[in-house]
Design a protein around this ligand. Structure first.
Ligand code: SAM
Length: 319
């Protein structure tokens, strides 16, 4: 719980202070679930805490920690926390090459967003906090990631345990609907989350409600080209993912954002996902399939289910 203590200190000094107690209580509660993997993950963290710490910096594509580590021991501990989907990270000369090259998404978004300096930032669906760290390094006063999947919280803590004087980046094991509807966040990121929501309108409304007036939303999600219609609702899986509910066209998504109350809505990027950005590495564990296995082997414009291959849009808009 070392990170919760640090969060509590920073939280109480900021405009998040009315929310701190509720966020911390809900987070403690989430860590008490009965998950058989927790002892293994906690052992990994305990072992990582015996390593030397170092300074964190961004040396693209890696979030880099310059620390004098025992490489073999550290690699063993970090592998107890597989699969590493988000990253990549580098600790001394140990390259933790995650499935995703997060730097590629960050490069697409960052030229289009307001400065994060001094801002209170929320990173919804933060995974292990790769982007949350980048937000803090970009000057956020507090970068708060929320991520209900416990393993990714442990991954965040593993990386944090290696950082000397960590920046004000935190990841709590919460869902967006556990964040009180107080207008306190200056910039909110929802990246790779909307298509996982059964009710996309509710997600957009919840994002709106936690933002300050004049605050900025950075929304990144899967979209389809207009030639396929206004939206596709996958009948079963999409690129082998079970929980994909809706793939809108960019026009449809623009309308959804308007309906949720956002203004100054800008589509700043559309990019097809490539095997350079999403690839199998030895950090993703036994199931070594990645994007190239989820596409039609005859036609990489289609998924294995015959739907349009993954393409992602970034919208930036204001409250
Ligand atoms: C595809 S990952 C995206 C991770 C990262 N934001 C990125 O862009 O690479 C989506 C993450 O959102 C989380 N998630 C899904 N629904 C959520 C919700 N309602 N609130 C917070 N996180 C959520 C999932 O557990 C998952 O880790």
């Amino acid at each position: 719980m070392f990170m919760l203590n640090d969060f509590s200190k920073q939280c109480s000094k900021s405009k998040l202070s009315p929310l701190c107690e509720q966020l911390i209580t809900a987070s403690k509660q989430a860590f008490t679930v009965n998950n058989g993997n927790i002892p293994k993950w906690e052992d990994a963290i305990s072992s990582i805490k015996t390593q030397a710490m170092g300074a964190l910096n961004y040396a693209p594509p890696y979030l880099n920690i310059a620390a004098d580590i025992d490489k073999v021991k550290l690699e063993h501990s970090l592998k107890q926390l597989m699969p590493w989907r988000k990253g990549p990270y580098q600790i001394a000369d140990l390259q933790l090459d995650s499935e995703w090259r997060g730097d590629m998404k960050w490069n697409r978004a960052i030229p289009h967003i307001q400065s994060l300096k001094g801002k209170i930032v929320l990173d919804v669906g933060s995974g292990n906090g790769y982007f949350t760290y980048l937000m803090a390094l970009a000057g956020a006063k507090i970068a708060l990631g929320i991520e209900p999947f416990l393993l990714f919280n442990y991954q965040f803590q593993a990386i944090r345990a290696l950082i000397n004087s960590p920046p004000n980046a935190f990841v709590l094991p919460l869902k967006l609907d556990q964040i009180p509807h107080e207008a306190v966040f200056d910039t909110v990121f929802s990246m790779g989350v909307l298509y996982h929501q059964k009710d996309h309108n509710l997600h957009l409304q919840q994002l709106f409600s936690v933002m300050t007036k004049g605050g900025e939303l950075v929304l990144e999600t899967l979209i389809i080209d207009q030639q396929y219609g206004d939206q596709i609702i996958p009948e079963d899986r999409y690129a082998r993912m079970r929980n994909v509910w809706c793939l809108p066209s960019t026009n449809t998504l623009h309308t959804w954002l308007e309906q949720a109350g956002f203004s100054d809505i800008k589509l700043v990027d559309v990019t097809k996902t490539t095997p350079e950005e999403q690839r199998a590495t030895h950090w993703i564990g036994d199931n070594t399939q990645s994007l190239k296995d989820f596409l039609d082997p005859e036609d990489n414009n289609l998924t294995i289910e015959g739907l349009p291959a993954p393409k992602r849009a970034i919208f930036v808009c204001q409250k």
